[in-house]
Design a protein around this ligand. Structure first.
Ligand code: KG4
Ligand code: ZN
Length: 393
């Protein structure tokens, strides 16, 4: 039972991320460099610009991940990197870096599917802080003394609770993946053996959150989703009557394009001017925006609830031993989404597994962990040649 140490690199979209995990599921380090500021300035992801931003920071992000883990490249067992789906210009920056690290130290390489990584991160990863909390709870009297506040302790014990569930997460299980580009319902039967029960026929829910935020004139530096979630707390979720998509379709597919249009029309009808920031809007206008945010969120999530319920029935027909629904991807960090889906899952007699919010959005940990799971089963590529020319990839 040798200890494997894997570096994971993720550059599929707008975050440059790297992390190191080991085969105990411990997160030795995690670094994310976000392009959120850049995106806010230009109103979305422009592939060429994102590529340059990745290229600028990738070396530093990987070095920092190794430094934080107190390791050098030589100490690694393997290098894992996201190979898709994503923006090809951006993916290439990560793949180049991974090949150069693996090539110079003769390390095997694992190509990782981004959505599989969002799913598998729910299987047994644990951060250093969580280990300390766990240690404290178990009356651990190790050399680490930390001055942590009770608030943080409480928060960490919640994560810990999630971890305890995670450790039970065995195949087969169901997964709902909700991000900016994907909306998938998956039956995960085994490592690498997945059945897709549903997908979106147009937009993903994260895209709908992002556009709603933009049209409501919210601060996009926080990224659209969290901004809508926050404002929705002040609104009346039943005030604007949006239609739940695809009511008549008895399948597990999603559609968010129509809801996006409904939101845009409601915003136009209320004469909301996105040029005026939320901070400078009148009380009345702020309320109008909050009502739309809350009503949108309610219906967007109702759509998830209905399809999840059906997918669980389908999944149980195929694999009666399913016990868990994993919900992951950026939108899974939303508290309302988690709470509503928890109800559905309980009704169906299953357990909900949501990774902590920082592991739901794009990160290097999920790539490293997924790479490690595949490596353990002998699924990896041989080391690339040392000193491979830059343009080889
Ligand atoms: O998984 P992710 O980080 O990147 C992709 O693979 O797309 O997901 C990003 C998406 C964005 O659309 C973002 O607005 C959304 O996840 N998101 C949220 C929240 N946090 C991130 N949506 C709703 N509520 C949130 N709290
Ligand atoms: Zn993602």
């Amino acid at each position: 039972n040798e200890n494997l140490v894997v570096l994971g690199i993720e550059t599929s979209c707008d975050d440059t991320a790297a992390a190191v995990v080991n085969s105990n599921g411990e997160i030795l380090s995690q670094v994310i460099s976000s392009q959120a500021e850049l995106l806010a300035r230009y109103g979305g992801v422009a592939p060429k610009m994102a590529e340059e931003a990745h290229a600028l920071v990738i070396d530093q992000v990987v070095q920092e991940a190794l430094d934080k883990a107190n390791l050098t490249e030589k100490d690694l067992t393997a290098v894992a990197v996201t190979i898709g789906p994503g923006l090809s210009l951006c993916l290439r920056i990560g793949v180049r870096k991974a090949r150069s690290v693996a090539g110079s130290h003769n390390l095997p390489l694992v190509g990782v599917h981004h959505m599989e990584a969002h799913t598998l991160v729910a299987r047994g990863t644990i951060s250093f802080c969580e280990m300390i909390t766990y240690g404290l709870l178990c009356n651990y009297r190790g050399p680490v003394t930390l001055n942590i506040s009770w608030d943080i302790l409480f928060y960490q014990s919640q994560i810990l609770a999630a971890w305890l569930v995670d450790r039970e997460l065995q195949f087969p299980f169901m997964a709902l993946l909700v991000s900016g580009g994907h909306n998938l319902l998956i039956l995960a039967r085994d490592l690498g053996d997945y059945i897709q029960l549903g997908t979106t026929i147009d937009d993903a829910i994260g895209e709908a959150y992002d556009k709603t935020a933009k049209w409501l004139g919210l601060d996009l530096r926080k990224s659209g989703g969290p901004a809508v979630e926050e404002l929705a707390q002040e609104g009346d979720a039943k005030s604007v009557k949006f239609k739940v998509p695809m009511k008549q379709h008895k399948d597990c597919n999603f559609s968010y394009a129509g809801l996006k249009t409904q939101v845009r029309l409601a915003i136009e009808a209320k004469r909301i001017n996105a040029e005026i920031s939320l901070a400078s809007a009148s009380d009345e206008e702020r309320q109008a925006r909050a009502d739309i945010a809350a009503s949108f969120q309610r219906v967007a999530v109702l759509h998830l609830e209905e399809k999840c319920e059906r997918a669980i029935e389908w999944g149980l027909n195929i694999e009666p031993s399913i016990n868990h629904l994993v919900v992951s991807g950026g939108v899974a960090s939303n508290k309302y989404v988690r709470a509503r889906l928890d109800e559905v899952v309980k009704r169906k007699g299953l357990k909900l597994v949501c990774p902590p919010p920082s592991l739901c959005t794009d990160n290097g940990v999920m790539v490293a962990w997924t790479g490690l799971e595949h490596f353990r089963l002998g699924r990896f590529d041989p080391p690339p040649p040392a000193n491979e020319p830059e343009n080889a990839v």
